[in-house]
Ligand binder design. Structure first.
Ligand code: NAD
Ligand code: UD1
Length: 343
């Protein structure tokens, strides 16, 4: 299948390209590089030995999308492109609704005009909202998101459900990611956050590599076994494989929603201890106040993806930690400079 991957130069997108190419698909990437790297695509080519067609552009640019669909015989789209920083979304809601909602709407319009009706969308566990009981199952209603990023994901889910109800040519998979971490085992691609990382694992890795003095653990007074928050961390390679399964399983019209998680929660303090145990690297930390908007604990009920897609997470915490460290160690400044390139 020839697949358009929007946001393919980003973290999850680049790992998904590897899985798609290794499964025998052809890929075309559309990315405006606002948070992605051209170098990531070169490294995907290095890992797979296969070419990646790249179009530098924006999903909000209809003229460019039409030209892309004209030029390439696209059969399906995986839509990663979007903004994802929760705090920034509170400060800049218009930027988030524009990119995430208007961008998705524009993409769907261009797809319909081109006669392409298969779409896999990057959603998030955040759409369950703060009141949902754990573990989260797909049968729960969407909750009230606590920030514009979460609301933008819920809005696009709703838009796609309405679209599928109105037009039965559409086949859509909504993939609700839990907490993706880790990197490709080659150490060639991984997460490369700009500025101070918002997320836990990139922060831990940057402390270990000496870029930051210590980790702030946001809260140790939650109602969890050790007082720190609990999340369902899954290996990005497993998450990437979930996209290939979702795409290949798409046969009937309508929307199918899947949690992609492991079903197992770990606390922040357990994650720090596991990183040190696996890599031998110390991670100094200090207990800090709770972060606004954080939930105490959530994890996935991942049974539906296993039942219907034959997918389940195969990598455990040890691989997540070892692969995070391999990537960070060999690429201390992300895609900007590799240790082995320095003279
Ligand atoms: P990322 O920032 O690494 O990748 C997103 C890519 O999209 C980047 O390469 C960026 O340059 C590109 N992009 C952004 N806006 C664009 C636009 N308007 N047009 C074209 N390209 C654009 O993020 P990621 O972690 O790989 O996340 C991918 C998707 O998964 C996002 O939609 C994100 O919201 C969603 N998601 C991520 C997580 C997570 O923990 N990383 C969790 C849940 C959902
Ligand atoms: C966050 C977003 C979520 C988004 C996801 C992926 C919030 C409230 N939620 O999820 O909407 O889908 O990222 O992008 O921002 N932690 C620390 N110290 C740090 C960083 C994190 O203690 O420096 C803790 C957090 O309090 C949390 C856990 O580590 O308990 C995981 O944090 P993070 O990686 O940011 O993911 P989420 O908050 O689960």
């Amino acid at each position: 299948m020839k697949i358009l991957v929007t946001g393919g130069a980003g973290y999850i997108g680049s790992h998904t390209l590897v899985e798609l190419l290794e499964a025998g698909h052809e890929v075309v990437v559309l990315d405006n590089l606002c948070n992605g790297a051209r170098e990531a695509l070169a490294r995907v080519e290095q890992i797979t030995g296969q070419p990646v067609s790249f179009v530098e552009g924006d999903v909000r640019d209809r003229v460019q999308l039409d030209a892309l669909f004209d030029w390439h015989d696209i059969e399906a789209v995986i839509h990663f492109a979007g903004l994802k920083a929760v705090g920034e979304s509170v400060a800049k809601p218009l930027a988030y609704y524009d990119n995430n909602v208007a961008g998705s709407l524009n993409l769907c319009q261009a797809m319909a005009a081109a006669g392409v009706f298969r779409l896999v969308f990057s959603s998030s566990a955040t759409v369950y909202g703060p009141e949902a009981p754990v573990p989260y199952t797909e049968t729960l209603p969407r909750g009230r998101a606590t920030n514009p990023y979460g609301t933008s994901k819920a809005m696009v889910e709703q838009l796609l459900e309405d679209l599928c109800r109105a037009d039965e040519r559409w086949s859509v998979s909504l993939l609700r990611y839990f907490n993706p971490i880790g990197a490709h085992p080659s150490g060639l691609i991984g997460e490369d956050p700009q500025g101070v990382p918002n997320n836990l694992m990139p922060f831990i890795a940057q402390v270990a590599v000496g870029r930051r003095s210590h980790l702030a653990v946001f809260g140790d007074d939650y109602p969890t076994p050790d007082g720190s928050c609990v999340r369902d961390y899954l290996h990005v390679v497993d998450l990437a494989a979930g996209h290939v399964r979702a795409l290949e399983a798409m046969s009937s019209p309508g929307v199918a929603t899947y949690n992609l998680g492991t079903g197992q929660g770990y606390s922040v303090l357990e994650m720090v201890a596991a990183f040190t145990a696996v890599t031998g690297q110390a991670v100094p930390y200090q207990i800090a106040p709770r972060r606004d908007g954080d939930l105490a604990a959530f994890w996935a009920d991942a049974a539906k993806a296993e039942r219907e897609l034959g997918w389940r997470a195969l990598h455990g915490l040890e691989a997540m930690m070892a692969d995070t460290w391999r990537w960070q160690y060999h690429n201390p400044k992300g895609y900007r400079l590799r240790v082995t390139d320095a003279v």
